[in-house]
Design a protein around this ligand. Sequence first.
Ligand code: GUN
Length: 266
Amino acid sequence: MTIKEYVKIRKEEIRDIVSKMARPPFLVIVQINEDAGSTAYVNGKLKDALELGVKAELIKLPIDTSESEVLKVIDQLNNDKKVDGFIVQMPLPKQIDENKIKLAIAPHKDVDGFHPLSKLSPCTPKGIMNFLHHEKFPILSKNAVVLGRSNIVGKPMARLLLQDSANVTVLHSKTSREDKEFYIAHADIIVVAIGKKGFLDNSFHYKSDAIIMDVGITRDETGLHGDAVANLPVKFQSPVPGGVGLLTRLALFENLLEIVGDNYGI
Ligand code: GUN
């Protein structure tokens, strides 16, 4: 099944669950950047919320907002009983310490699962795992390669694949080209999240039954591009756009429903 087909089915299920709730869940998105990618994501999330019957509100703060002002907004959201959950869109401007923000969000409202005490997983890795499970792509004892070691994607992705007993290798900017070629050639599952247009191309060898999940999204004058060139000789490759971004947005609402369920003892 394509990612678009999968997302359509899951959205119908979520809309059904939301429609049976006493009141719609309330999600707040805080954005403190002018990043084009983030804005596209935020607009996508707001559109999804409308479609799913979830109440959503965007709080847009100027790019020069101080850290203490952001912490004040977070404190208000933590204590606002009407708000079920919220996210602070990354990346943050330089004057704001990402770790301080992550620790300030109350775990019971942390839709991103960024807080160390959260039992939820960040949305992109969670969305990818949900899709792999749905498609019954084998994970146990398979060779999984994660390219990129960010806190939002690479690290939690490796953790989730390991939880499902894959043999996980994380490659990054300090990995030699030769080693990248070796691990990629032996990989059954490749998750690429490095933000380099077309990095995975035909100069690498792939297993013909490999699965590539492309998290990268680079915008240039010719449009949106993933970290992999299209049509690599593998069993499945997620497209960009219309791939992992949709899974991430879906996982956000799955996390929100988990939070609402827990907080209300459902
Ligand atoms: N920026 C890119 N992906 C994400 C995400 O999953 N959550 C937040 N808060 N910001 C992001």
